[in-house]
Write a protein that binds this ligand. Structure first.
Ligand SMILES: Cc1ncc(COP(=O)(O)O)c(C=O)c1O
Length: 371
């Protein structure tokens, strides 16, 4: 059997007619920059998120950048985030000239360890940037108490959390949520795209301006602000409108797959399977296990030989990346992130996975662990 890590072709084949017709319509109308397809998707995605405003932008990285910029975060400010995330989270902090302040992750959920946030707060801290890692929300309710006490914004990296819930509420659960529609995400475009979702009108207006060369409504070659070209592509917005109709069912299919994985791997002592917090609805963008006391690379190699693709999200915690050498963070500073980076494996996870495929992955994983 050959099991890819994600199967975007399987998804496309099920919605091909709708997608092809839409692409043809957009191209025929030469409706490429902003316009009705962008407005339509923004309205629909805001509604999906139960939020007032959605601004389509060019990627998840742009969403983070523009959210921080619109929040007025700048040089001299500090932003607290977690060490075990993708570098886009922290690139955005550097892009606005602010300083990254890392904390470790929680040993059970792998999201930011709320108990460590307060220690990292200084008079320069302006925001907390939790990452809803793998499709599960960070404990934003607890983060809110800290944020309120210190007058900080909560800017969420929701790149992996389209439709994830926290205490019964869909993301955004902080002040500003930053989504990625990178092709492999739960809601993925056919290229790069992202969105900033918020209930804060001022932030939404500023993101709309900054993404489009600083133009305020009604301005064309007049610029009250200097901005960027970080708009969402209209073709991607049109594609996302179609795919959004299926997002809930795709998320439920992922959840069903995770339940089956959990059942089949329940008695395997050499690994730890994902834990869904009682107050969260995990949408399993990734299904990440930890391998205890076994050579991870050998296990991945054995699975590859059996046709099973796996990945690691992420092999090097950010504070150990060469790009962040200048932060002078010593080895051992964030022991959970450091230890888990050596143990984690992401198993294949996509809505269209069959029960047979999941059984096969689990069977081959158990065999590899015995070797
Ligand atoms: C946690 C996280 N943050 C940010 C991003 C950046 O999104 P994009 O690739 O759309 O720029 C990603 C996606 O790769 C991500 O997984």
């Amino acid at each position: 059997m050959n099991i890819p890590f994600v199967d975007l072709k399987a998804q496309y084949s099920r919605i091909k007619d709708e997608i092809d017709a839409k692409i043809s319509e957009v191209v025929s109308n030469a409706d490429f920059i902003m316009g009705q397809n962008v407005e339509k998707f923004e309205k629909e995605f805001a509604q999906f998120c139960n939020a007032k405003f959605c601004s389509g932008v060019s990627s998840g990285t742009s969403a983070l950048h523009l959210a921080l910029k619109a929040a007025g975060i700048k040089q001299g400010d500090e932003v607290i985030t977690v060490a075990n995330t993708f570098i886009a989270t922290t690139e955005a902090i550097s892009q606005v000239g602010a300083t990254i302040k890392f904390v470790d992750c929680d040993p059970v959920t792998y999201t930011i360890d709320v108990k460590q946030i307060e220690k990292a707060i200084t008079s320069k801290t302006k925001a907390i940037l939790p990452v809803h890692l793998y499709g599960q929300c960070a404990d934003v309710k607890a983060i809110r108490e800290i944020a309120n006490k210190h007058n900080l914004l909560i800017i969420e990296d929701a790149a992996q959390a389209h439709g994830a819930e926290h205490h019964g509420k869909r993301v955004p659960v902080g002040d500003i949520a930053c989504f990625s529609f990178y092709p492999g995400k739960n809601l993925g475009a056919y290229g790069d795209a992202g969105a900033v979702v918020t209930n804060n009108e001022k932030i939404a207006e500023l993101v709309n301006a900054y993404r489009n060369h600083g133009r305020l409504p009604g301005e064309k070659y007049e610029h009250s602000l200097e901005g960027y070209n970080e708009r969402i592509d209209a073709l991607q917005a049109a594609i996302l409108s179609i795919k959004l109709k299926y997002l809930c069912s795709w998320n439920n299919m992922r959840r069903k797959n995770a339940v089956l994985y959990n059942e089949l791997l329940a008695d395997v002592k050499e690994i730890v399977t994902p834990i869904e917090s009682s107050f969260n609805k995990h949408i399993y963008h990734l299904y990440v296990i930890r391998i205890l006391d076994k050579n991870r690379e050998k296990i991945m190699e054995a699975l590859k030989k059996q046709g099973i693709a796996t990945q690691i999200h992420y092999p090097i915690p950010l504070h150990e990346q060469k790009a962040y050498k200048h932060l002078n963070i010593i080895k051992g500073a964030f022991p959970i992130s450091e230890q888990y980076a050596k143990q984690i494996i992401s198993l294949p996870m996509f809505p269209e996975m069959t029960e047979e495929q999941i059984h096969y992955v689990c069977e081959k994983l158990k065999e590899a662990l015995k070797e």
